[in-house]
Design a protein around this ligand. Structure first.
Ligand code: FNR
Length: 183
């Protein structure tokens, strides 16, 4: 089983990327985890380029999403919503509609912010966007607030309840992927 991790942040020291790496430690044996690294290469969405020969980075994104059994997205919150670069990539991934690479794909959303609320608005927005695209969205959220203090050196969440909740979301995503493969 292949799980693709997508961080909405381009930052080298991104807390959301770290959160995905922590999530990956909770995957069951036999599941592989790939961290998508191409978000910064995706050009602004342009409908004229959406047809047979989209930009190489967009084709690669669609292929990578298509090859994954499930996708775990970690988003920061920018001004109460998701970062523009993440929305832009999802707009590209949503086409052609309705037969896009995310359609029916099990996805889960988690998020971290340096504020108190753990990017809950951004996570809600991201679930809405993914539902609109046609993905199978796990009904759960993980609010990692004060992200600069949220991680331990051995790659866990410092709050044991939050770490347990993260492990539960990963388990739900894996279950959804197994159900989807058997459907
Ligand atoms: C933020 N940040 C932020 N945090 C929050 O909780 N709510 C918000 O609305 C915003 N808005 C916002 C806008 C912009 C433009 C930036 C750059 C930042 C803070 C944000 O949560 C923090 O920078 C995170 O650390 C970003 O995630 P990464 O890059 O660490 O993954």
């Amino acid at each position: 089983m292949k799980i693709l991790g997508i961080s909405g942040s381009l930052r080298e020291a991104s807390h959301n990327r770290r959160l995905l790496q922590v999530a990956a430690t909770e995957l069951p044996e036999g599941a592989t985890f790939e961290l998508y690294a191409g978000l910064g290469d995706i050009p602004p969405y342009l409908e004229e380029e959406e047809g047979e020969t989209p930009p190489e980075s967009v084709a690669a994104l669609r292929a990578t999403v298509g090859a994954a059994d499930a996708v775990l997205l970690a988003t920061p919150e920018y001004n109460g919503s998701i970062p523009g670069q993440l929305k832009n990539a999802l707009d590209w991934a949503s086409r052609p509609f309705p037969d896009n690479s995310l359609r029916g794909k099990p996805v889960a959303v988690i998020g971290a912010s340096t504020g108190l609320f753990g990017a809950v608005w951004a996570q809600a927005e991201l679930r809405k966007v993914l539902t609109t695209i046609g993905a199978k969205v796990v009904d759960a959220e993980l609010p990692v607030g004060q992200a600069h203090d949220a991680f331990t050196e051995d790659d866990r969440l410092a709050d044991p309840d939050l770490h347990k909740a993260l492990a539960q979301i990963v388990a739900q995503l894996v279950e959804a992927a197994i159900a989807s493969a058997g459907a």
